[in-house]
Design a protein around this ligand. Structure first.
Ligand code: KIV
Length: 297
C-alpha cells in the first residue's frame, strides 16, 4: 500500500510526533490553490505546505522574497478549502515576522483566522526563536525551517547545501534544537547533508521534514510544481519529477487550439439544442417585415 488509509476529519497535529515514534514517514507537499489542496487530500498527503515558493512557481518571481501577506493569505485560503484532512501549514513570507514578535503574532493570527491555516512555518533560527515563542504563546503551532532558507539565500551565499563542515553542521544542530526548545512541532531541514540531517533527526523529539536532506529525516517535502514537472525554472538536484504535466498540459492545449481552428470543436456532443418548433418560431423573427421593423426601431 503506497498511501495512508483515508480517515475522516483533520489529521491531529499530535499525530506527527506519533508517526515519528512509529517511524512512519510523514508526507508533505506544497499546494497553493483549491485544486492542488483537494488533490493532495485525495492522495492521502499528511501535511500541505502553502509555501512562499508560490512567489516563484505560481506568481513568476525570481525568488521567494517578494511574496506578500495578502498573496499568501489568498493562496492559503484556497488551498485550505481543498485540503480538509491534511494539516495546512502557511509559510510566513519575508517581512511578515522579521520586524517584531508583535507583528509575527498579528500576521500568524491572520493565517489562522482569515485563511484557515492550522499552523505557520518560519525560516531561520536566531531572532526567529523569539517569534516562535511568541506565536506558540499565542496558541499558533509553528514549524521551523533551517539549512537552506531561501528568504536569506543571499546571506547564505546562494542556493547551496548547508552544514557541510563540522562547525556548520554543529550550528545547524544547535539551531534545530533551539527551535524545538522554542516550541516548534516540527522542523524542515533543507539541503542538509544526509548524515547530518539523520543525526539532527535522531537528536530531536519533534519530527524533521527533509527536502534535499536524505532518507534519515522523519518526513519529506517537495514543491508541487517541481514534482509534477510544472515549473520551468532550474530545479535543484534533490527534486524528483513524478510527472511531466507541463508537456501534457501543453499537448492538450495544442490539440484544443487545432480543433477550434479546424472546426472539429465544438461537435454536437458539446453543444445544446433547441426543440424544432421553438427554433421555427425563433426563425420567424428574421423573416419578412417583422425582422425589418425590429431592425428599424
Ligand atoms: O516555500 C516552500 O515551498 C518551502 C519548502 C521548500 C520547504 O519552504
Amino acid at each position: 500500500m503506497t498511501s495512508r488509509p483515508r480517515t475522516d476529519g483533520k489529521l491531529p497535529l499530535t499525530e506527527l510526533a506519533d508517526m515519528k515514534a512509529r517511524r512512519e514517514p510523514i508526507v508533505m507537499v506544497t499546494a497553493y490553490d483549491y485544486p492542488s489542496g483537494r488533490i493532495a487530500d485525495a492522495a492521502g498527503i499528511d501535511v500541505v505546505l502553502v509555501g512562499d515558493s508560490a512567489a516563484m512557481t505560481v506568481l513568476g518571481n525570481d525568488s521567494t522574497v517578494p511574496a506578500t501577506m495578502e498573496e499568501m493569505l489568498m493562496l492559503t485560503r484556497a488551498a485550505a478549502r481543498g485540503a480538509k484532512r491534511p494539516l495546512v501549514v502557511a509559510d510566513m513570507p519575508f517581512g511578515s515576522f522579521q520586524v517584531s514578535d508583535e507583528e509575527a503574532v498579528r500576521n500568524g493570527v491572520r493565517f489562522v483566522k482569515e485563511a484557515g491555516a492550522d499552523a505557520v512555518k518560519l525560516e531561520g533560527a536566531g531572532a526567529t526563536l523569539s517569534r516562535v515563542m511568541a506565536l506558540v504563546g499565542a496558541g499558533i503551532p509553528v514549524m521551523g525551517h533551517v539549512g537552506l532558507t531561501p528568504q536569506s539565500a543571499t546571506m547564505l551565499g546562494g542556493f547551496r547545501a548547508q552544514g557541510r563542515t563540522a562547525e556548520k553542521a554543529r550550528e545547524l544542530l544547535q539551531d534545530a534544537r533551539a527551535l524545538e526548545a522554542a516550541g516548534c512541532f516540527a522542523v524542515v531541514l533543507e539541503a542538509v547533508p544526509a548524515q547530518v540531517a539523520a543525526r539532527i533527526t535522531a537528536s530531536l523529539s519533534v519530527p524533521t521534514i527533509g527536502i534535499g536532506s536524505g532518507r534519515g529525516c522523519d518526513g519529506q517535502v517537495l514543491v508541487f510544481h517541481d514534482l509534477l514537472g510544472l515549473y520551468d525554472g532550474k530545479a535543484p538536484r534533490f527534486v524528483k519529477r513524478y510527472a511531466d504535466l507541463a508537456a501534457e498540459t501543453r499537448g492538450a492545449l495544442e490539440r484544443y487550439a487545432a480543433e477550434v481552428r479546424s472546426g472539429a470543436f465544438p461537435s454536437d456532443e458539446h453543444t445544446y439544442s433547441i426543440p424544432e418548433d421553438e427554433l421555427a418560431a425563433f426563425e420567424d423573427t428574421f423573416s419578412g417585415s417583422r425582422a425589418e421593423s425590429r431592425t428599424e426601431t
